[in-house]
Structure formats: C-alpha cells, structure tokens
Design a protein around this ligand. Structure first.
Ligand code: HEC
Ligand code: HEC
Ligand code: HEC
Ligand code: HEC
Ligand code: HEC
Length: 391
C-alpha cells in the first residue's frame, strides 16, 4: 500500500519516524516539548512496549522500521485499529488481534495468564514490533482455531496464525442451524461473518475446517505448496507484508501471482485454462452469490441485497425493488435466513474475504464453492451438469 494513499495525519508521523532514522536513536530532538524526556509520549506510530521501544531500537533496524511503517500493520488510521477510538478502549474479545498489547496479553507474554485478555486494552495500538519480536513467542507451541483445531506452530508463525484465523468456522454454523428445517426462514438466525483477512484459515484447508463442510465430502487439507514455500513469510515479506513475485518465477511462469495456474482443467465451466486459477475461484464465487440471491428471492420469498461495504453485509429488500429497506434512516439487516442460505453465504464470505485464496489454498476454496453451489442447485432446480463445473 503506497503511503500517499494514507490520510493526511500520516506524513506527520512519518516525518517523526524519519527524524528517528536520520538522527539515530535516543535522539529526542524531534519530540514535542512536553514529551521531552518522556519515552511513553514520543509521537511515533512505533511500539510502546516489547523489546523494541523507540529508545531500544538499533540503527540496523532502519530498513525494517521503514518497511513496517508503510505496511497495513502500522496503519493506525485503518478501521482495523481505529474502530474503538470512540469507546476509548478495545474490548478484550477484540484486543488479541487489534493491538500488539492485546496480543501479548492474550498469549501471556506480558506476564499475565495465557489464553485470555484480562481486561480492556488502550486504543491506539497497531501490530507493533513486539508482537512478532518477542522471546515469549518461542514458547508458544500451538494455536487454537475457531473450528476447535489445535495446530502446532514454531516461532513467528504463532503470531500470523493467531490474528489471521478469523472468528467463526463451519462448526459455528453447525451449532446455529442444528435441528432446523433446511429451507424455513428463522428469525433467530443472523448472518455469521467469518471475519477478515482469514488467510491462515484458508491455508489450513479441510484440516483447519474453517468452512462449512458437507456430509460425505472430502476436503483438501493444508496447502503444503512446495519447498521452500512453507509458511506465511515464505511469500510475504514480514515488514512490508508484500508478496515478492520474483521467487515465484523459479517454479511458475506467469505475469503476476493472480495469473499463476498449474491446473490443466477448468473449474468454472469456461474451458479457459490460459488464465490464473484465481479466475476460476472468482467465477465460481460469483456463480454462488447469484444463486444465494436467487434462492432467497425465489425460494424463500425474501429478497436480499449484498453490500460489501456495510456490516452485516446482507440486507432486506422486502418489496424486491432493488433498494435496501430502511427503518429510521438505518438499513435493515436481512432476517430471513434459512440453514441453507446461512451456510452457503458463510462459505462464500469465507472464500472471498481472503484476497489471497488462490495462493493460500486454491483447492479448498474451489471445493467450498462447488459444494455450496450444489447445495443451492436442488431447491433452485438447477442441473449441476448444465453448469459444467469441476470440484
Ligand atoms: C482472531 C483475530 C481477530 C479478532 C479476535 C477480532 N478481529 Fe477484527 N480483524 C482481524 C483482522 C486480521 C482484521 C484485518 C482485516 C483487514 O482489514 O485486512 C480485522 C478487521 C476488523 C475490522 C475492519 C473491517 C474492515 O472492513 O476494514 C473491524 C471493524 C473489526 N475487525 C472488528 C472486530 C471486533 C468488533 C472484534 C471483537 C468483537 C474483532 N474484530 C475481533 C482479526 C480479528
Ligand atoms: C508481523 C510480524 C513482524 C513485525 C510486526 C515486525 N517484524 Fe521484524 N521480522 C519479522 C520476521 C518474521 C523476521 C524474519 C526473521 C527470520 O528470518 O528469522 C523479521 C526480521 C527482522 C529483522 C532482521 C532483518 C530483516 O529485515 O530480516 C529486524 C532488524 C527486524 N525484524 C526489526 C523489526 C522492527 C524494528 C519492527 C517494528 C518496526 C519489526 N521488525 C516488526 C516479523 C515481524
Ligand atoms: C496482532 C494481530 C496480527 C498479527 C500478529 C499479524 N497480523 Fe497481519 N494484519 C493484522 C491486521 C489487524 C491487519 C489489517 C491492518 C489494516 O487494515 O491496516 C493485517 C494485515 C495483514 C496483511 C494485509 C496487508 C495489506 O496490504 O492489506 C497481510 C499480508 C498480513 N497482515 C500478513 C501477516 C503475516 C504474514 C503475519 C505474521 C508474520 C501477520 N500478518 C501477523 C493483524 C495481525
Ligand atoms: C504461496 C505464497 C503465499 C503464502 C504461503 C501465503 N500467502 Fe498470503 N497472499 C499471497 C498472495 C499471492 C496474496 C494476494 C495478494 C497479493 O498478490 O499481494 C496474498 C494475500 C494475503 C492477504 C491479503 C492481503 C490484502 O491485500 O488484503 C493476507 C492477510 C495474507 N495473504 C496473509 C497470509 C498469512 C497469514 C499467511 C500464512 C498463514 C499467508 N498469507 C501465506 C501469497 C501467499
Ligand atoms: C519451489 C517451487 C515453487 C515456488 C517457489 C512457488 N510455487 Fe506455487 N506452486 C508450486 C507447486 C509444485 C504447485 C502445485 C502444488 C499442488 O497443487 O499441490 C504450486 C501451486 C501454486 C498455485 C495454485 C495453482 C493452481 O492452478 O492450482 C498458486 C496460485 C501458486 N502456486 C502461487 C505461488 C506464488 C504466488 C508463489 C511466490 C510467492 C509461488 N507459488 C512460489 C511450486 C512453487
């Protein structure tokens, strides 16, 4: 993300950070007068705790700092970090992934009991250095996922897998729809959001069980890829977070990650195998969304409108006029969920909430989409043969 896209407040902080870089550390010249001599108040978007407080950072860290500073992890203005500003504190349930301080509290790296955030965390935190550079990380040997899976980890992987695992899984859906009639709207049901940037959940595939799994189907497990591609940081530079495309070309021939394809068959019925596997995933996701909408409108008789920019994304359109119903100036969340629409919408959101799905686990993504399409084909009277999809 180029930093010229950033809100106006950012360059100021950047100047402060650059001041830090050129003046060296321990130089407090760039701090505001009332903050002089008070480390806590130095106006950097830099960590306030962990082994990397501004004054402790070595000059050799300049590149890491500069790279990190321009990354999404340091973007204090992002919704993911500023969402709680009006509340003045981050709730424990959210703090683990939305502030380095909360992360350390959750894993007991701050000396408190592990497995729980003890109380609200101050706003203003980002994914700071001490989140990943922390001696305590070495002692974390497993991470629990929303599906209940307990996955063994080593080193810094513990950090990525904690925060990029999402907040709900197929098991959450199973519990919500248990015993309910497949196609009967139930006012108790609400859309279940897998949450965001769920890369680790996609990556672990059927073994991670992030998706809603259909009885009798097998799901591809973790995407092992090929050595030396072994974990998140094999592809993502841990500070810029960007994917360096050059190394991919050792094994792949393509113009961009999105253009990479190994599969020789077409999954989306287009027959086109000259495009990246991402294209098949995208096409099937579109197909699934169209069928979810058709099912809600034609079978359930309660039309829906999807708005990707507004939580909870699915809204009511009772009269089917193509506009979201409003009450008291607020959009009305969709409330005619059936078990079938809830599980298929969950799988759709899980796959599409991960922009790297094609690299994290293309097979698992395709399987979840196919099975969900098949699930809806029955009440819609669609012949799967006609769609010509591959699982
Ligand atoms: C398991 C880790 C985790 C937990 C727990 C968690 N989040 Fe998140 N959340 C994330 C990640 C990762 C993102 C970043 C997605 C992105 O913007 O790329 C995110 C993004 C968000 C966003 C920004 C979405 C957007 O559209 O940009 C909001 C709002 C949010 N979370 C709210 C919450 C709330 C409220 C809670 C607690 C009830 C919570 N989160 C708990 C991991 C988590
Ligand atoms: C999201 C996790 C994460 C965050 C946040 C993070 N780092 Fe790193 N850092 C890593 C990983 C992973 C490595 C590579 C370690 C390895 O290869 O053994 C690394 C390596 C480094 C290195 C070694 C040189 C290099 O670039 O490979 C330095 C120095 C460093 N980090 C400093 C920092 C500083 C300073 C910050 C905060 C401004 C920071 N890091 C934030 C994960 C992170
Ligand atoms: C404490 C929680 C946390 C940890 C640990 C963490 N992330 Fe993130 N990550 C987030 C949040 C929150 C965002 C979204 C930030 C935003 O919207 O600006 C994010 C964003 C990202 C992005 C998206 C970048 C972009 O340009 O949108 C990537 C890639 C990423 N993280 C990879 C990693 C990797 C790899 C690791 C482990 C080395 C890691 N993260 C560790 C919380 C975390
Ligand atoms: C095979 C290489 C590869 C591996 C391994 C990998 N990623 Fe990705 N990741 C990608 C690609 C490619 C994208 C698509 C975005 C791009 O092209 O920059 C992506 C996208 C993402 C995004 C969304 C970025 C955005 O723009 O919103 C996040 C978050 C992310 N990855 C986190 C992770 C985490 C966490 C892991 C480990 C569990 C991981 N990735 C493993 C290649 C990889
Ligand atoms: C060491 C060789 C190697 C490197 C390096 C490598 N890959 Fe791969 N990649 C493979 C192999 C082998 C497969 C097929 C694996 C499988 O299907 O189990 C694959 C599969 C894929 C697929 C799925 C293609 C399909 O049609 O199913 C994508 C996407 C992908 N790689 C992206 C990347 C990206 C992005 C990078 C660089 C960040 C990368 N790969 C680096 C060997 C590699």
């Amino acid at each position: 993300m180029p930093f010229y896209d950033r809100p106006a407040a950012r360059p100021l902080i950047l100047c402060a950070a650059l001041g830090l870089l050129s003046f060296g550390l321990g130089a407090h010249a760039q701090t505001s007068a009332d903050a002089a001599g008070d480390e806590e108040a130095i106006p950097f978007a830099l960590p306030q705790s962990g082994p990397f407080t501004p004054a402790e950072i070595d000059i050799e860290n300049n590149q890491a700092i500069t790279d990190w500073f321009r990354s999404a992890h340091a973007n204090a203005a992002a919704e993911a970090f500023s969402h709680w500003d009006d509340d003045g504190e981050i709730r424990p349930a959210c703090a683990t992934c939305h502030a380095g301080e909360g992360f350390r509290d959750f894993h007991g790296l701050d000396g408190t009991a592990p497995g729980v955030v003890d109380g609200p965390i101050d706003v203003g935190g980002v994914v700071d250095c001490g989140t990943c550079h922390n001696e305590g990380l070495a002692e974390i040997s497993e991470i629990t996922f929303p599906s209940g899976l307990v996955h063994p980890v080593t080193g810094v992987e513990a950090s990525c897998l904690t925060c990029h695992q999402g907040r709900a899984a197929g098991a959450t859906i199973v519990a919500a729809i248990d015993g309910l009639a497949e196609d009967e709207p139930n006012a108790e049901l609400r859309f279940i959001n897998p949450h965001y940037a769920t890369a680790a959940a996609t990556w672990l595939g059927g073994y991670g069980a992030a998706g809603y799994h259909y009885d009798g189907q097998d799901y591809s497990g973790r995407f092992f890829h090929a050595r030396p591609v072994a974990s998140c940081n094999s592809c993502h530079e841990p500070h810029t977070l960007e994917v360096d495309f050059e190394p991919c070309l050792t094994c792949h021939e393509a113009d961009s990650p999105q253009d990479i394809r190994i599969a020789r068959q077409s999954y989306d019925g287009s027959g086109n195998t000259s495009v990246g596997i991402q294209s098949d995933i995208e096409a099937n996701a579109e197909q699934l969304m169209a069928m979810i909408q058709a099912y809600m409108g034609d079978v359930v008789g309660a039309p829906v409108i999807y708005d990707g920019n507004r939580y909870p994304y699915f809204f009511a359109d009772a009269n089917g006029d193509g506009a979201i119903d409003m009450v008291d100036g607020r959009p009305v969340p969709y409330a005619a969920w059936t078990p079938r629409s809830l599980r298929t919408a969950f799988n759709w959101k899980l796959v599409t909430a991960d922009p790297g799905n094609f690299a994290h686990n293309p097979q698992y993504s395709l399987e979840l989409l196919y099975d969900s399409i098949e699930d809806l084909s029955e009440p819609l009277g669609v012949d799967m043969e006609d769609l010509d999809l591959l699982r």
